[in-house]
Write a protein that binds this ligand. Structure first.
Ligand code: ADP
Length: 193
């Protein structure tokens, strides 16, 4: 199983990614988590990544490729992956598609989780109040939602044109979202799904 979870901050990509990875027995690769882990190792690269993340800006594509591609290639060789947050820009999507085609491990579906910005803002502020991430402040949340619309939004028509987009309403309970994703994937009759 090779899936991408596409969705604005707060749509529940992390929660659903973990569940789908367990369900299909593949690795959940969360771009933000891998980049945060790299940032914690310190050094110049780590400091740069931490600065982008703290501002809610996207980390430059080349850094993202260096951190993410080895994990994706390794997972692909071991049964597949649930990608969460990568690709997140059109250049990342086209580079990822070229690599996937070359290694014969192309994406089978892109699951687009959508919900109103007002709902997402409440969720992220709630996460912040429970000791969440340092980028869960009102200003940085607004910036991340804007960047999602501008930069990641174009991936929705991109994957629709390729016939692999599955749109799921994320403004429901986590269980209902998981059930919708599984129902829609089963209609695609993917291997192992
Ligand atoms: P969220 O979806 O809530 O923004 P993530 O953990 O996916 O949370 O991402 C957190 C931050 O990590 C982003 O704001 C950005 O700085 C960085 N990041 C994650 N994925 C990417 C990516 N594919 N390209 C560039 N930056 C990324």
């Amino acid at each position: 199983m090779r899936l991408l979870l596409l969705g604005a901050p707060g749509t529940g990509k992390g929660t659903q990614g973990e569940r789908l990875a367990a369900r299909f027995g593949v690795r959940h690769i969360a771009a933000g988590d891998l980049l945060r882990a790299e940032a914690r190792t310190g050094g110049e690269l780590g400091r740069q990544i931490a600065d982008y993340q703290a501002r809610g800006d996207l980390v430059p594509d080349q850094i993202v490729f260096d951190v993410l591609i080895p994990a994706v290639v390794d997972a692909a060789a071991n049964g597949g992956y649930i990608l969460d947050g990568f690709p997140r820009t059109l250049p990342q999507a086209t580079a990822g598609a070229a690599l996937g085609a070359r290694l014969d491990v192309s994406l089978q579906a892109a699951v687009y989780l959508y919900a109103p910005d007002a709902v997402l803002t409440v969720r992220l502020l709630e996460r912040a109040s429970q000791g969440g991430r340092t980028d869960d402040t009102a200003d940085v949340i607004r910036h991340r939602l804007e960047l999602f619309a501008e930069t990641t939004g174009p991936l929705v028509p991109y994957y629709t044109e390729r016939g692999i987009l599955v749109a799921v309403n994320a403004d429901q309970s986590p269980d209902a979202v998981t059930a919708d994703i599984e129902a829609k994937l089963s209609k695609l009759s993917l291997p192992n799904a």
